[in-house]
Design a protein around this ligand. Structure first.
Ligand code: CP
Length: 305
């Protein structure tokens, strides 16, 4: 039995297999419509979500399976003091696979140690978000045609943004990728990403504080929201929240082939005036999330179509 807790739990070959399966699902939706008949997915969300939870649920429904779960800790027995381990042991009696989001880093890992069924980390605190990473990789593959040889700018809250941490870890295993990290000094990527990912693997990276100085070099710009819920101090959040707002004027020197990505939800980081720009990939990205989660569910359940 395999769980997905960290993006590196999957080898590059396994990731490529999941992405190729997602592409096949996109082309042959009908063929997969009963693939998970009789199977149940539990979505245990101890923290809010729109895309991740609903795309998981839509994914299982489109595979012919069923879903159960809760969308906030308040509606679960966590409020009575039940541990994550006990919750997982119990839900594992009712479901064939579990997608779990939790504000505490490491909670899905803890769950996986006692789970009788596969556990998928649907986001743990500011740590990892591996299924967003699969979504991002499928989006890059569809938008760019390749997961190698490009320059990506990661912009915004690189300290608390779990999507950024997971994406860097996953992309670091592909060839010829240059990372440009765009953040205020207070929101730089954690030191372990610099030492354990970039420096250890001799990966090309650069840290800057404005998007304008690097825009012309970018093949992809990956915008992120300042993670209000992870700040200890409201004043710091207010001071930093609108540091970067991507709008038409900022794209003056951008490539015509640029892809604009964002894991969403967006607050002010991308002006809505860009939503109709063909380079805006973020809503296509959200749709890719459903297909890649269908592929992941099939893979972890060992269902072959
Ligand atoms: N991208 C993402 O994780 O969105 P949600 O928080 O809405 O699930």
């Amino acid at each position: 039995m395999k769980h997905l807790i960290d993006p590196t739990d999957l080898s590059v070959e396994e990731i490529d297999g999941i992405l190729n399966l997602a592409l096949d699902i996109i082309s042959n939706k009908e063929r997969y419509s009963e693939a998970c008949k009789g199977k149940k997915l539990a979505t245990l969300f101890f923290e809010p979500s729109t895309r991740t939870r609903l795309s998981f649920e839509a994914a299982m429904m489109e595979l012919g399976g069923n879903v159960l779960g809760f969308s906030s800790a308040d509606s679960s027995s966590a409020t009575k003091g039940e541990s994550v381990g006990d919750t997982i042991r119990v839900v594992g009696c009712y479901a064939d696979i579990i997608a779990m989001r939790h504000p505490k880093e490491g909670a899905p890992m803890l769950g996986s140690m006692v789970s009788p069924v596969p556990i998928i980390n649907a986001g743990d605190g500011g740590h990892n978000h591996p299924t967003q990473t699969l979504t991002d990789l499928l989006t890059i593959k569809r938008e760019k045609g390749d997961l190698n040889n490009f320059t990506i700018g990661l912009c915004g809250d690189l300290k608390f943004g779990r999507t950024v941490h997971s994406l860097i870890k996953a992309l670091s295993r592909y060839e010829g990728i240059k990372f440009i990290l765009i953040s205020p000094k207070e929101l730089k990527v954690p030191d372990y990403i610099i030492t354990e990912v970039f420096e250890k693997n001799n990966i090309d990276y650069e840290e800057v504080t404005t998007m304008e100085e690097v825009m012309s070099k970018l093949d992809i710009i990956y915008m992120t929201r300042v993670q209000k819920e992870r700040f200890f101090n409201e004043a710091d959040y207010v001071r930093l929240k609108d540091t970067y707002i991507l709008d038409k004027s900022k794209l003056k020197n951008a490539k015509e082939t640029l892809s604009i990505m964002h894991p969403l939800p967006r607050v002010n980081e991308i002006s809505t005036e860009l939503d109709d720009d063909p380079r805006a990939a973020y809503f296509r990205q959200a749709l890719n999330g459903k297909y890649v989660r269908m592929a992941l569910i099939l893979t972890l359940l060992g269902v072959n179509v």
